[in-house]
Design a protein around this ligand. Structure first.
Ligand code: HEC
Ligand code: HEC
Length: 503
């Protein structure tokens, strides 16, 4: 499938228009639209652009509308990240994404915040008042829908510690496995059962969704098989927006089709990335960090399945954003931090290590017929293969050990439930804290599998992995170092962390 997403959606054209517009802009008499309170996100950029180019106006000309790209910059602990769109970025209820369509006062923005990489963090949860809608129902460890949460400190420990949201699913009736036992460390009044398993997961970012090849950690919103075209992904996202309204916002009715389309247009139109670390501009000195490059250059060349790891054309050089700062480049990195980022990018692209027993790629159990037999030398990009984005470019649920009941590599899974499943035909068992894909496909071989997520805008949105088990990027790298026996030196670890922070 090589259909071009940008052209399919007309974004290629929009981006081109945007370029034209920045060259011609500035002859209007209209107020710049940042004065419209319903539209934010164009403040600085729009003002600067219109101001700077006003000089050559033919005053008889029709007033031009401001055409993107529109940029919003938000500060974070290490610098700033940016959200960019070809369309105005409306952060107000004029945008259905921020409109209350349910019954519990939540909007999509309750769990998907711009300044937090379009997800939420534990600090954010802890900053909320006790009566914030964030804590109702699935923002609590156990409470059923409709039960008020008077004490988030006692009832929302997963939300407050790791910004995890409770997901409830049952085992499909056609499943080839059984639930043998469940250990509920949160001590919910109703114990988990085959009909109702509780998982605790991090909200995924809603930015950069134009690059998705699968929706949700377990792919459960891939409802338009074979799900490998941009149109199918848009239909999946629409379906997801309705489910989110009915479940997270406890909606009483379906989300109207126009609102679904508008939400999906918004999500697939926004791009988010780290823009600055301290004084270091990540989009200068030859580098292409920040979100502008995602919209202008990465999107037009993206297609689902691009650089597929199983294709002969696969290249492990996934990230080229900081190529001029990499060791041996013609240019010199502007400072020590930039040089570390460059070294980290090179490690991500070139460091090989033995990939062993990853269920979904090369399971140790030959009976499951995974694509590869036995251990092989791979890269970070073996699983994060979409160029300059980092998610898996096709839908490929895998188990790298994050869902394990006793994970290696120092992951913190305190208080997560543990489930033991048994394959009916063989009697084999597996213990996981999250059954992942298995609850959707009903297949034993898929238990514990999750997707390879997008690796942009990481620095603002710790903790990492679907269950928040890595408290920071160093913990992520530590996990990989142990799980795959990579042998990173202390210097290499910190270079890789510097690079991941710059995404
Ligand atoms: C209570 C918090 C909460 C609210 C409210 C919420 N979400 Fe989410 N969102 C999540 C969680 C948690 C996940 C990941 C769940 C999973 O994968 O099982 C998620 C995942 C997503 C994804 C998947 C992205 C990807 O990479 O696959 C999209 C898109 C999304 N949400 C959009 C929305 C929209 C649209 C709304 C409003 C209609 C919304 N969300 C409301 C918590 C929330
Ligand atoms: C064998 C496949 C595979 C390899 C190799 C791999 N990853 Fe991952 N990566 C995944 C999967 C799958 C996830 C999501 C797991 C989960 O949360 O359940 C993930 C998650 C991540 C995350 C967390 C993202 C988030 O939103 O929480 C980061 C960061 C990351 N990987 C970086 C790396 C780096 C750096 C390397 C190389 C050292 C690497 N990965 C190698 C498959 C892989």
């Amino acid at each position: 499938m090589t259909m071009n997403l940008a052209n399919e959606f007309g974004w290629g054209k929009l981006a081109a228009l945007a370029v034209l517009a920045t060259m011609q802009i500035g002859c209007g008499t209209e107020e710049p639209s940042e004065t419209n309170p319903s539209i934010s996100g164009i403040g600085e950029t729009a003002a600067v652009t219109t101001g700077a180019l006003h000089a050559d106006c033919d005053h008889g000309a029709a007033p031009p509308a401001h055409v993107g790209p529109f940029t919003d910059v938000t500060g974070d602990a290490i610098g700033a990240s940016s959200t960019v769109s070809a369309n105005p970025i409306a952060l107000h209820t004029s945008n259905p994404f921020f409109e209350d369509f349910g019954t519990n006062e939540r909007t999509c923005g309750t769990c998907h915040q711009e300044n937090l990489g379009w997800t939420i963090t534990p600090d954010f949860a802890r900053s909320r008042r006790h009566d914030d809608p964030l804590f109702v129902f699935d923002g609590s460890d156990c409470l059923a829908a409709g039960v008020p949460n008077n004490q988030p400190r006692a009832n929302s420990t997963e939300m407050l510690s790791k910004a995890l949201v409770r997901i409830e699913l049952g085992i499909p009736s056609t499943a080839d496995f059984l639930l043998v036992s469940a250990e509920d460390r949160l001590g919910c009044a109703t114990p988990p059962s085959a009909a109702l398993l509780r998982m605790y997961r991090r909200p995924l970012p809603v930015s950069n969704t134009a690059f998705l090849s699968t929706l949700m950690w377990d792919g459960r919103e891939n409802v338009n098989p074979p799900n490998n075209t941009p149109a199918a992904m848009v239909a999946n996202l629409k379906h997801q927006s309705n489910d989110a309204t009915l479940i997270h916002a406890q909606g009483a009715a379906d989300l109207p089709d126009a609102a679904q389309s508008s939400i999906v247009g918004f999500e697939t139109g926004i791009f988010n990335a780290q823009k600055r670390i301290g004084p270091l501009d990540l989009d200068a000195d030859g580098a292409h960090g920040g979100a502008d490059y995602l919209l202008s250059t990465v999107l037009p060349s993206f297609s689902i399945g691009i650089n597929d790891v199983f294709a002969t054309t696969f290249s492990s050089t996934i990230f080229t954003l900081y190529a001029p700062w990499e060791p041996g480049a013609h240019r010199r990195a502007p400072n020590a931090r930039a040089a570390a980022i460059g070294r980290g990018e090179a490690l991500f692209n070139t460091r090989t290590f033995a990939i062993d027993n990853v269920r979904g790629i090369n399971s140790a159990d030959p009976a499951v017929h995974d694509p590869i037999a036995g251990t092989f030398n791979g890269f970070c990009g073996t699983c994060h293969d979409t160029p300059n984005v980092g998610n898996h470019s096709v839908s490929l649920p895998i188990d790298i050990g994050i869902t394990a009941a006793s994970p290696v590599g120092g992951l913190d899974i305190t208080n997560l439930p543990t489930y033991t499943f048994q394959e009916i035909s063989t009697g084999k068992t597996i213990q996981v804290t999250d059954p992942g894909r298995g609850l959707i496909s009903g297949k034993y071989k898929d238990l514990g599998k999750t997707k390879g997520p997008i690796l942009r805008g990481l620095a603002t949105r710790a903790p990492y992995f679907h269950n928040g088990s890595a408290k920071d990027l160093k913990a992520v790298v530590d996990f990989y170092n142990t799980r795959f026996n990579i042998g990173f030196t202390g210097q290499e670890e910190s270079d890789l962390v510097a690079f991941l922070s710059a995404l």
